[in-house]
Design a protein around this ligand. Structure first.
Ligand SMILES: [Zn+2]
Length: 551
């Protein structure tokens, strides 16, 4: 019988809760020895009643496998350790007196040689450099089998002198073992930790590396976003940690950034050449998951529901960017037009919602389309609601209070919007012909044209030009098969209207070539015209003004 079962049984018979069962204790300690810097982890838990507890080691997550390879030097206290075997490297066992408290400790080493590189970075693997480390819980924590829901505690062990440590779990009052496994842990002499107190709740930034912006600026932007999103939905602040660590590769022209939602925060990794505006847009989206897919759960949390949890999040967080002053209304309009263009140009444009769900994890266009079509649904539903004297934001403000026990947010949304309204918006979004006054009072949708992005050449596996589109812009700029591709010098984010530039080598000769990466296919789409977004009514609609609670 497992410890959790004992508790449940006791609770069922006695009203008073029993403390027979202690939480699982996770302790993380940075260490340095002859083998170099490492992390020592201790996991304390009550053993199973049958005298043997099986323990799961990290296995696969986020596209990485054999994560147990970073773990070694297992030791048991309070029981006899049965170490992992070559046949079953993903588990170990501890034999002990029935129900005895056991502590398992082990060493965690860097999962990859050298500083993390954009080319082959795997976030699941621990990064342990001399001056800093980053651990995603999924990559390092052992857990007694089947106890993901069990209560757990997290603590740092001894802190080396001069080190700063940060985890999103530090402030959490109640955790489960799964929460610990979904935490982020960073530290080192190179770590800079900043904190802002907002109404008794802490917003923190833990950063490593050199960036184009000051840490304080990023924390300010984050504060503005969090305050805006909380205000738009009339919610109180909560603790949140953002971590930011560097990936190498910018010197080759590699550009990479990404992030992962954590139990009480968000973990970012990036090459140094990514503009701050990309981070703030991503952070706006990620904080909004506090509600979309968080406090407002979808039933299955599968790709079938992502039109809401991702698409409505995109809709909401784009507006928060304006409210926080990080986007002008004109920048919001440009972002709207990017979605409209991407929708029209997508190879997944004509896929049904069911097909998008099927292909979500295998077809990047289908994945993006689930976000974009969801955002179009939000636009259409908002127009419908505004036409009836309400708005989508007003409806969402009431959603937490209206959710019935065990009701999914999508069901509640459909109920509150009125019979058939959400379904009608979804059907219309899939057709992608939008009413011209969709964004009134921000102007009208009009026809627009833009070529697709096509850089016009392909590379072989060794950074040599393999093929060049004959007489295309790259060809006319001088790119030829066989040339070496040295590095990109301009990052244009896949926009055919912005120049592409890179250094190519031809024998000993190196030179920068530059052209507009316009493909042959011209996309006709609907776009929001210039000017009207400067009207005060437009900015007010985007920001969600006029919905303030009465003073
Ligand atoms: Zn998301």
């Amino acid at each position: 019988m497992k410890c959790g079962t004992v508790l449940a049984t006791l609770a069922a018979f006695w009203a008073a809760t029993s403390a027979h069962c202690e939480p699982i204790d996770y302790t993380v300690s940075p260490v340095s020895d002859a083998q170099g810097p490492a992390i020592r982890i201790a996991v304390g838990f009550d053993g199973d009643q049958d005298g043997e507890t099986r323990v799961d080691l990290p296995s696969r997550w986020a596209g990485s496998d054999a994560l147990w390879r970073s773990l070694s030097d297992f030791r048991g206290r309070g029981g006899e350790l049965v170490p992992p075997s070559t046949e079953d490297p993903e588990h170990l066992a501890v034999r002990h007196a029935p129900g005895a408290r056991v502590t398992l400790t082990y060493r965690v080493d860097d999962g990859q040689a050298g500083a993390p590189d954009a080319r082959d970075y795997e976030k699941a693997r621990p990064v342990i450099e001399g001056e800093w480390f980053q651990l995603h819980g999924e990559g390092v924590f052992a857990m007694p089998s089947g106890r993901g829901d069990a209560p757990a505690r997290f603590a740092w062990g001894a802190v080396p002198e001069g080190w700063t440590l940060a985890s999103d779990l530090e402030l959490a009052a109640m955790l489960t073992a799964d929460d610990v496994a979904h935490g982020i842990f960073v530290g080192g002499t190179a770590l800079r930790l900043h904190e802002a107190d907002r109404g008794g709740h802490r917003l923190r930034l833990a950063a490593v590396g050199t960036w184009d912006f000051a840490d304080e600026a990023l924390l300010d932007w984050l504060e503005g976003l969090v305050a805006s999103e909380n205000a738009m939905l009339v919610q109180t602040p909560r603790d949140f940690l953002v971590t930011l660590v560097p990936l190498t590769g910018a010197e080759r022209g590699a550009v990479s950034f990404g992030g992962t939602g954590r139990t009480s925060g968000f973990a970012l990794s990036s090459t140094a050449n990514v503009p701050a505006a990309r981070f703030t847009r991503l952070l706006a989206h990620e904080y909004a998951h506090r509600w979309f897919g968080g406090a407002w759960p979808t039933h299955d949390d599968t790709a079938a529901d992502y039109w809401f949890s991702e698409g409505f999040d995109d809709w909401f967080s784009a507006r928060a960017m304006v409210r926080a002053g990080l986007w002008t209304p004109a920048q919001w309009r440009a972002a709207v037009n990017e979605v409209l263009f991407r929708y029209a140009a997508s190879s997944a444009r004509d896929l049904s919602d069911a097909e998008l769900t099927d292909k979500f994890w295998t077809d990047p266009d289908a994945m993006q389309m689930q976000y974009d079509r969801g955002q179009v649904v939000a636009w259409l539903l908002d127009r419908d609601l505004r036409g009836r004297g309400s708005s989508l934001l007003a409806l969402l403000r009431g959603l937490s209070g209206e959710l019935r026990p065990d009701e999914s947010a999508i069901a509640a949304l459909s109920r509150l919007a009125g019979p058939g309204r959400v379904e009608a918006a979804r059907v219309q979004a899939a057709r992608a012909i939008l009413p011209a006054d969709l964004f009134a009072p921000c102007g009208r949708l009009a026809r627009a044209e833009r070529p697709v992005y096509d850089r016009g050449f392909t590379l072989d596996g060794e950074d040599r030009v393999a093929t060049v589109r004959r007489d295309g812009p790259a060809w006319r700029a001088g790119v030829r098969p066989g040339m070496g591709y040295v590095r990109r010098t301009v990052i244009n984010w896949g926009d055919a209207r912005q120049p592409f530039a890179a250094v190519f080598s031809d024998g000993a000769d190196e030179r920068e070539l530059r052209w507009l990466p316009a493909g042959e296919r011209i996309i006709r789409y609907q776009a929001l015209g210039d000017g009207a977004d400067e009207r005060a009514e437009c900015a007010a609609m985007v920001r969600g003004d006029g919905l303030e609670p009465a003073p």
